[in-house]
Design a protein around this ligand. Structure first.
Ligand code: GDP
Ligand code: IMO
Ligand code: MG
Length: 427
């Protein structure tokens, strides 16, 4: 039987998952999203086109790839409709190539409002949510009162929707949150009608059938491991399991069917929203990284916080996910730096030096301990391994030794073609 490969972010999201899923998609019969929702923004660039996907898997531009939105996803039908409409100009056969799990959770308009109201109530300690309703929707899923995609086929759907909205109205009223409902409701019901033309399926059967047929399958993670609800810097996290195990529960595949685990990371670190970030640079180096890397959120446009690469947190992500191959992104962004720093250890408040991620990340300051490397200071934007400057290769090899997993892909720019495959023989 075939295996499901998983590709997921090892940092705080935005590692370049969309680009690489699109690059790898021709090798796969199926690409499937297993968690998250419209909080994700996955950017693809090819033929001079730049496109951002939020809920639709990044295999959608490859004609013969089936794309599945799995049961672990929270789907906003309004955003989904807008996404489908923005794909029209590409003349893709989306209705044919997209399969949506009936068991995926539905984001209703009040989930978005609740997200806003909860964040406002948190004041200074807000999470920095994308305000897409992710947390409230997963709350209702776990609270066993949510709506699912399959419910739209029932003639009781409008009643169910009304009942859940009314529960939310009560909470919003208590929080003193004001809003206009009629427009939001009309927009939602229109988007629900739109959704009905798509293949709403029991995707766990579909995917296991594909496995039995020997199809190749890639599970596309959203967010990053350091935003995982269990293993991330709680409470500054998202509300789903972003790690490999999430692909099992979010698609209905057994652990023994997992094949390669591709861990994707930037040559530096970024984070958007609140929460601890040990290597954050609050100086001109951080500004330069943001400018060079165009580090502004794909979903919200917010400036991303930037800093040096962080080995202890990467090693933690590799451990939790069982990463078998590393993919290193955005090396071109570091070309302007004469010196490149790598955090190899942390010093804790009591003076202890450690390579482990401490429990108390949020309230206690961690001081990163760095090793310094000479920068390459020459432009790298191509796709030839042999053209890479020696200092960059030394940086890659150092990371590989520290992380103990081979780096099999190096990305030198946002375009599909700016991708270097590094054969295991070169490692
Ligand atoms: P995702 O959420 O993991 O899919 O990542 P995003 O799309 O949110 O953010 C990654 C950003 O970096 C996008 O704007 C990509 O076009 C861009 N990008 C991806 N790979 C590279 C690279 O190697 N170099 C540069 N300069 N940009 C890249
Ligand atoms: P992709 O898939 C980066 C962050 C938010 C916030 C926290 C919780 O593009 O990598 P949420 O809306 O989930 O309640 O927000 O998680 N966040 C992301 N950061 N990339 C993402 O997705 C993110 N999705 C959520 O900024 O700090
Ligand atoms: Mg993103």
């Amino acid at each position: 039987m075939a295996k499901v490969d998983v590709l997921l972010g090892l940092q705080w999201g935005d590692e370049g998952k969309g680009k690489i899923v699109d690059v790898l998609a021709p090798k796969y019969d199926v690409v499937a999203r297993f968690q998250g929702g419209p909080n994700a923004g996955h950017t693809l660039e090819f033929d001079g086109i730049k496109h951002v996907l939020h809920q639709i898997p990044s295999g959608i531009f490859r004609e013969r790839t089936k794309n599945i939105i799995g049961n672990g996803v929270v789907l906003d039908p309004v955003i989904f409709k807008a996404e489908i409409e923005s794909l029209k100009k590409f003349n893709l056969n989306v209705v044919e190539n997209l399969f949506i799990s009936k068991k995926a959770s539905l984001i209703i308009p009040t989930h978005r409002l609740l997200d806003q109201a909860y964040e406002a109530a948190k004041g200074e300690s807000k999470i920095g949510s994308t305000l897409k309703g992710i947390g409230p929707t997963y709350q209702d899923k776990i609270g066993r009162q949510g709506l699912r995609v399959g419910d739209v086929l029932s003639d009781k759907f409008n009643d169910k929707f009304k009942r859940l909205s009314e529960i939310h109205f009560g909470i919003l009223q208590n929080l003193g949150f004001e809003f206009k409902w009629s427009e939001l409701e009309a927009q939602f019901l229109d988007a629900i009608n739109f959704l009905k033309q798509f293949k709403l399926v029991e995707s766990e059967y579909l995917i296991n059938h594909e496995l039995q047929q020997g199809s190749t399958i890639l599970a596309e993670g959203a967010q990053g491991s350091l935003l995982d609800i269990d293993f991330g810097s709680y409470p500054f996290v998202t509300s789903s399991n972003t790690v490999t195990a999430g692909a099992c529960t979010g698609l209905g595949i057994a652990p023994r069917h997992i094949g390669e685990v591709y861990g994707i990371f930037k040559a530096y670190s970024t984070r958007v929203g609140g929460g601890p970030f040990p290597t954050e640079l609050l100086n001109e180096d951080g500004e330069l990284m943001r400018k060079q890397g165009n580090e502004f959120g794909s979903t919200t446009g917010r400036p991303r916080r930037c800093g040096w690469i962080d080995i202890p947190s990467l090693k933690y992500s590799i451990m939790i996910n069982g990463v078998t191959r590393l993919l290193m992104m955005k090396v071109d962004v570091l070309s302007v730096f004469p010196k490149i720093k790598v955090c190899t250890k942390y010093q804790l408040k009591d003076g202890t030096v450690t390579t482990a991620l401490p429990y108390e990340l949020v309230n206690e300051k961690i001081t990163p301990i760095y090793e310094e490397f000479k920068g390459w200071q020459t432009s790298v934007t191509g796709n030839s391994l042999t053209d890479l400057p020696v200092e960059l290769i030394q940086y890659v090899e150092f990371l590989e030794r520290e992380l103990e997993v081979p780096i099999t892909l190096i990305s030198t720019g946002p375009d599909r073609l700016q991708t270097i495959f590094r054969p295991l023989s070169a490692v």
